[in-house]
Write a new protein. Structure first.
Length: 489
């Protein structure tokens, strides 16, 4: 081949060569499987070929450096062309080690899962999301007028605001109090256990300190009653808002500095548990995106440092392995195995390494999900951005728990032309998994939401700032009530 490709494929493909000037010459491949021909061209090819147009059709093969290809296909590629776009960037290793289930990691995850308690009630409040929509009616499964034993009641921001007026907390429906949308995600999760204990946790912090603070203040979020914040992955649209969380949590746990010591109540000083920041230890120096044929990534702003989050009353905990927290009510995963053929990471994503050099990093291997077990329903799984692929996320939940996945909540990362090609396969796989609830927000994107509405007309509900979703445990039968009464004695 003129461009000095050395390609090995384990089954037949069609090679197409176009006669164009050498500087514009390119190659692309079509696997012989006719079903595969429907998939759009892979953006991964831009890492090692020149593509003069984007209207071609090919299979989305992530064959960059020969890593992680669909089952039954093994492709390796080597190209001798130093002027190639991104040719000076090396891919961060890791996906090869995660292309199959690690027995030891699964054992650790199952051990942690065995400690996870089933809760009676799970309430999810959206503090930060890309979308604001307080008027749209909910899908059938979220209709608050239906039996809460069979639905997941939804309350919009507008409905919540009218309750503030009706209760006398607000004098009028003041739209200057409206919540703000922004590109990011922050969820407040509150669970109630069978003994009446309540545990609250933040999942991600959104992209801006002021955005989180404004929405949290207007929603009446009091971090004195919140025990921890879990960061799904090190991306600034999820992490920067944690700086505001740290300040608010520290203030909530501090003794009022304006109160004279003589006026403090007698007895020992009240002690409040530290607010825990649950983080993955693989914090990158910086991240960015490669745009077009640029050799240098466009950098993001910087994630918070561990020191910035370690304010008085706060404690940073680093976890790379699966574990539970807050009374064993929340499960936090480790790295997510990448098993599907079509969920191939974020094209063009790069990380600044410890060596001071940028590296291609499409897989974002430190990403974690969070899960809650709702008694009699199943597992509700929360995914911040689903860079691992939401199908990979849900499949890992099923592998670890052997339980029904009742709900899927969060960002599904199916927005943008390079990601939208995965929508059909993602939706088809989710239909096969058959969750009872799919609540997509943040980076899910309007095209994916439309496809999910079509696939789950009575089960899909988009996230929206200020929205509250309540998952209730299944009703107890008479026999179960008797057993519960005996256990409570």
């Amino acid at each position: 081949l003129d461009l000095n490709f050395i390609i090995t494929v384990s089954r037949v493909v069609i090679l197409v060569k176009r006669k164009v000037p050498r500087s514009r010459r390119y190659y692309f491949f079509l696997p012989s499987d006719p079903l595969i021909h429907e998939s759009p061209i892979s953006t991964h090819f831009t890492h090692f070929t020149r593509l003069p147009c984007r209207t071609l059709t090919s299979y989305d093969l992530p064959i960059f450096h020969g890593s992680f290809v669909p089952e039954g296909i093994k492709v390796t590629c080597r190209k001798r062309n130093n002027k190639q776009p991104h040719a000076n960037l090396r891919r961060i290793p890791g996906v090869g080690e995660m292309s199959e289930l690690d027995p030891q990691e699964i054992a650790i995850a199952r051990a942690a899962w065995s400690r996870l308690r089933a809760v009676e009630r799970l309430t999810v409040t959206v503090i930060v999301d890309n979308e604001t929509d307080g008027l749209s009616s909910p899908c059938a499964c979220c209709d608050p007028s239906l039996d809460p034993n069979t639905s997941t009641p939804y309350q919009s921001e507008f409905t919540w605001a009218t309750h503030q007026v009706a209760s006398g907390k607000w004098p009028d429906l003041d739209f200057r109090r409206s919540l703000l949308a922004g590109h990011g995600l922050s969820l407040l999760l509150s669970v109630t256990t069978s003994d009446g204990s309540v545990h609250r946790l933040l999942f991600d912090g959104g992209p801006r300190e002021d955005l989180w603070s404004i929405n949290a203040e207007r929603l009446g979020v009091d971090l004195a009653g919140v025990g921890a914040a879990v960061l799904s992955h090190w991306h600034v649209d999820h992490s920067v808002g944690l700086l505001a969380v740290a300040r608010a949590a520290s203030a909530a746990r501090a003794t009022n500095p304006d109160q004279p010591e003589a006026e403090l109540p007698p007895g020992p000083e009240p002690v409040m548990e530290p607010f825990v920041f649950d983080l993955h230890p693989a914090r990158p120096a910086r991240r960015g995106l490669l745009l077009g044929s640029s050799q240098k990534p466009v950098p993001f702003n910087v994630d918070p440092t561990l020191e910035q989050l370690s304010l008085p009353g706060c404690r940073v905990e680093l976890h790379a392995s699966p574990h539970t927290l807050l009374g064993n009510c929340f499960f936090v995963s480790g790295s997510i195995p990448r098993l599907t053929s079509f969920e191939t990471g974020q094209p063009g994503h790069a990380t600044l390494g410890a060596d001071g050099k940028w590296h291609l990093d499409p897989y974002i291997m430190e990403e974690r999900y969070l899960a809650v077990r709702v008694r009699g329903r199943g597992v509700v799984v929360f995914s911040g951005c689903s860079h691992a692929g939401i199908v990979n996320v849900v499949q890992n939940v099923k592998e670890v728990s052997s339980e029904h996945v009742f709900g899927v909540v969060g960002g599904l990362h199916l927005a943008g032309s390079k990601m939208e090609v995965r929508i059909p396969e993602t939706v088809a796989a989710l239909r096969e998994i058959d969750p009872d609830r799919v609540f997509g927000g943040h980076c899910t994107g309007r095209r994916a939401k439309a496809a999910l509405v079509a696939a789950f007309p009575d089960r899909f509900q988009p996230l929206s700032v200020g929205g509250t979703y309540t998952f209730l445990a299944a009703p107890l039968g008479e026999e179960q009530k008797a057993e519960a009464a005996v256990e409570g004695q």
